[in-house]
Design a protein around this ligand. Sequence first.
Ligand code: NAD
Length: 477
Amino acid sequence: MKVLNYIHGEFIEPESDHWMDNLSPSTGDVIGSIPLSDERDVGNAVSAAVAALPQWSGLEPLERAGWLEKIADCLESKFEEIAYLESLDTGKPISLSRSVDAKRSVSNFRFFSELIRNLDEEVFEMEDATNIVKLKPVGVGALITPWNLPLYLLSWKVAPAIGMGNTVVCKPSEMTPLTADLLMKVVDEVGLPPGVVNLVHGDGVAGSSLTGHSDVDLVSFTGGTETGSKVALSASPKFKKLSLELGGKNASIVFSDCDMEKTVEGVTRAAFLNQGQVCLCGSRILVEDSIYDEFVELFVDSVESMVIGDPMNDSTQLGALISKEHLKKVEGYISLAIEEGGEILTGGAPCIPKELSEGNWLAPTVVAGLDPDSRCSTEEIFGPVVTIHRFEGEARAVEIANNTRYGLAGSVWTSDLEKGERVAGMIHTGMVWVNTWLHRDLRVPFGGVKDSGIGREGGRWSLGFFSEPLNVCLKHE
Ligand code: NAD
């Protein structure tokens, strides 16, 4: 499956004619080729976005909301194709691609269509004047996404960006181009005006050309913290509007008064969804001393019962890791955990499912006995590896939870909701769930603090980010 850049409504090859292989995470087979775009392709895409801006930004919000609805309908008609391509490209279980990736990609377009349809101008009355706040488009947006939730995250950016009247250039991860390509086919099929949405494939060369381009006014980036800091540097000389959604090392805090069965199930899901490759995954599990042994036994049983296998099987719960390089990095952390004095309670080794002979496979791994200050307990591993720690008392749980450079999310498990809310309020992150995890309402703000990023997207926060407020003050007679 060869994918092409999409510029000014046309699918075209990269100027350089340089390509890279697209490899299947689950088999290691070559499944296609991806353009390695450079600054020439980026320049062409940005020019197309600049040219399309006056007409697109001049449309009424209702008209743009109508376009989002058309894209949602067309995506929905390709629901199974989205799920198949996402599992093929990422190695994630097809059940997850259906229930999360395909579903959310459609609902992102529907949700923002509805929100924009109902957006009213704010008005502030003075004794002698009326203030109106108009939300204007920012201009040309650069939208850069990672490989773990390809279309889910791309649609999360494209929908509010174009809905608010911007034109965009997308740069999906070079590991997972297939559903971004499908979105361009959808945009083409519904007849969106050329240049409103453009896409260049490629690696950091294309990404950095885009964020540094002088005609780009806004950058919305989701990816790793180290890349995020390069993006911030490249966006800063022109004071581009910037949103960074970066890494996480999130704690799941388990109190002794939790509902044990539901907590074991919820904490297992939080730890290993998408092979632990979700920025929100609960990769540090903190368990109150009095239930530690009981919880650990049940948790390890739950982890060992997960079905690892071909991503295309309906019953598969754990698929493959994204790449050989990433697998090596995650395995490196397992070796480090042992060096740091950790005990592997389960996993720790590759586990290629029977029907497959190659691919990037690793058994879900639980490490106990590490110091909460150790590297494995504080650095983002972004794979199926969790550390588990004991604590006594709320204050110590909060101290350990906050003991990392990241501040994205967390979860608290207790039957006392007052305690849950109190503890959540002391965790220094952007999101905390109590007795659940990744329970998303699209109206709420999403984002992190510290090295997990800057800014918030989601609901009206996305509309705020993808627009510039203009205050018009009308003096009365
Ligand atoms: P990455 O930082 O390697 O790549 C992300 C994107 O940036 C890719 O499209 C890549 O090609 C591009 N890129 C690389 N170098 C660039 C540069 N110099 N300038 C501009 N763009 C550049 O991240 P990844 O490995 O694809 O994704 C995993 C990371 O993403 C993890 O750290 C994870 O926590 C994070 N993530 C965060 C969120 C969130 O919402 N906070 C969501 C998903 C993933």
